[in-house]
Ligand binder design. Structure first.
Ligand code: AMX
Length: 477
């Protein structure tokens, strides 16, 4: 399909009279900066907690040692975005207003909330959708060419990393820094520009990777519509929209297509951030602290997300569900399903999609994905055994994991539901699911990177201890 050549984003402070995100952010900076610097100067020596040997050897568990601006993860109630639960966000954040029956808030509204701690108005959310669509048009041809030259069988997450890292050449931050134009006070401005461009480019990069792995040579399966929202454009470029924008490669009906776009808004809206310590967020923050630009920093986050214990779990779950479904004799044979789960644990394998390093209750993000299914269980999903198995496992797997007794959290995490719903609508390429996760996750860690630069946070450099020091601490020889 043709690449649109319509107008690019211009950096004015308002769009149709609505203040843009950067303008609002700029207004907030002095107050927020003073707040944090005040805490640092007055309370520098306040103790936060004790670091134990268990934490040093055990992946730094329970070690509160990072500052993260926008989200916190409560072990019982789950993620909060500037104090607001997912339920609050569903009530408060603006949704798309285009006449479709969308129930999910716009991820753009969430980005506004993450950056500013404020709920945007409908006009502000819409103007951000427009801004991202306009920024998307400047995706460099070199990156497009690079993506199209990659081997079809290269893992989609590797393709995503390569695409994002290549944008470093065009980074406003890196280029200005290298030419000596930047003082510390100005770091945040070009970091913000790069971060917003990166988020804006993701729908097209994602679409091109999907086209490549499905044998379409990297040519887009749909166009970017500048009058539509970010999630719509992801769906369009995956060829998953029933409109003239998109190839509608799975022949979705209008209602299925609307549901799929809504699913994308829901999924990308709730995966944006999960506080700072998870691998993708932490990696972005760590690499960014060495003053890398957002493209290199978030490529590192994506590399972390590609691990099977983190984002790749989404892919593992779908593989697991499909395989189990092909092996059991009936979806109604509950005992057979439980036995298979037990066998899996006995052979020291993990049940993908279950457990969490911090959460100790079912993930509220899982609950909203399940709600999406529940609302359609007698219609769209009534004949889908994979979806039925996913629902059954959400009851059986916690029982089996509890009996087994090792896992600290036996409940479903968000990955146990998401991939199989995408699969239902026609996204069958399992390796691809984590790329969609990567689109969403850009928003939280990149917001943090902008704030890291606003606050002027230093390079991250924890102290490590060697085995002799460990022994000395434990008073053993
Ligand atoms: N199935 C089987 N065993 C599990 C398990 C699961 N789903 N979750 C945890 N365990 C085991 C651990 O492997 C560990 O065993 P070990 O003592 O023999 O090493 C023991 O239970 C204790 O682990 P834990 O403290 O409860 O979990 P953790 O903090 O070490 O790890 C996580 C957390 C997510 C990596 C783990 O629960 C897991 O591997 N889950 C399956 C993979 C998954 O769904 N990952 C996605 C997480 C969400 C995300 O980031 N996208």
């Amino acid at each position: 399909m043709l690449r649109s050549t319509r107008r690019l984003y211009s950096h004015s402070s308002s769009y149709r009279g609505v203040k843009n995100l950067k303008t609002r952010l700029t207004e907030l900076i002095p107050e927020k900066k003073e707040e944090l610097l005040n805490i640092k100067s007055k309370f520098n020596n306040v103790k936060v907690g004790d670091i134990t040997i268990g934490s040093i050897i055990g992946g730094m568990r329970n070690n509160s040692s990072m500052f993260w601006q926008s989200t916190t993860l409560d072990p019982e109630t789950g993620i909060r975005f500037h104090g607001r639960t997912i339920e609050d966000c569903q009530k408060l954040l603006p949704k798309v207003k285009d006449g479709s029956k969308s129930n999910s808030f716009l991820p753009e509204s969430m980005l506004w909330l993450l950056m500013t701690s404020e709920i945007p108005t409908q006009d502000e959310a819409n103007s951000l959708s427009k801004e991202l669509a306009l920024r998307a048009k400047s995706l460099p041809q070199e990156t497009i060419k690079l993506l199209s030259d990659l081997p079809q069988d290269l893992h989609p997450m590797t393709q995503l990393v390569i695409g994002l890292a290549s944008l470093n050449k065009y980074s406003s931050f890196s280029n200005k820094y290298a030419s000596g134009q930047l003082g510390k006070e100005n770091y945040w401005d070009s970091t913000y520009e790069d971060a917003m461009n990166l988020i804006a480019y993701l729908p097209e990069i994602t679409g091109r990777i999907y086209s490549k792995i499905t044998g379409n040579g990297g040519e887009l399966l749909g166009v970017l519509n500048e009058d539509k929202d970010w999630s719509y454009n992801i769906c369009s470029m995956l060829g998953m929209v029933n409109s003239t924008d998109s190839s509608n490669r799975c022949n979705l009906t209008k209602s299925q297509s609307d549901d799929f776009i809504d699913l994308m808004r829901l999924y990308t809206g709730i995966h944006v951030d999960h506080e700072g310590g998870n691998v993708s967020a932490h990696a972005t923050h760590l690499v960014g602290s060495a003053l890398n630009d957002p493209f290199l920093s978030y490529s590192s986050g994506i590399l972390g997300l590609a691990g099977p214990l983190h984002g790749l779990a989404a892919q593992e779950v779908v593989r697991f569900l499909i395989q189990m479904n092909s092996e059991i004799t009936s979806i109604d044979d509950d005992q057979q399903i439980k036995d298979r789960l037990k066998n899996l644990l006995d052979s020291r394998k993990v049940i993908p999609g279950y457990g969490h390093a911090i959460l100790r209750k079912p993930d509220p993000r899982f609950n909203v994905m399940l709600d999406f299914v529940e609302k359609r269980k007698f219609t769209e999903f009534k004949d889908d055994d994979n979806i039925k198995l996913m629902q059954k496992l959400s009851t059986f797997a916690p029982q089996v994991l509890l009996e087994h007794g090792k896992t600290k959290n036996p409940y479903p995490n968000v990955d146990s539901a998401s991939g199989i719903i995408f699969y239902h609508y026609g996204l069958k390429e399992l390796l691809f699911f984590t790329v969609i996760f990567g689109c969403s996750r850009s928003m939280g860690p990149l917001t943090q990177l902008v704030w890291d630069r606003i606050y002027g946070l230093p390079i991250e450099r924890p102290k490590s201890v060697d085995i002799a020091q460990l022994k000395a601490l434990c008073k053993v020889n």
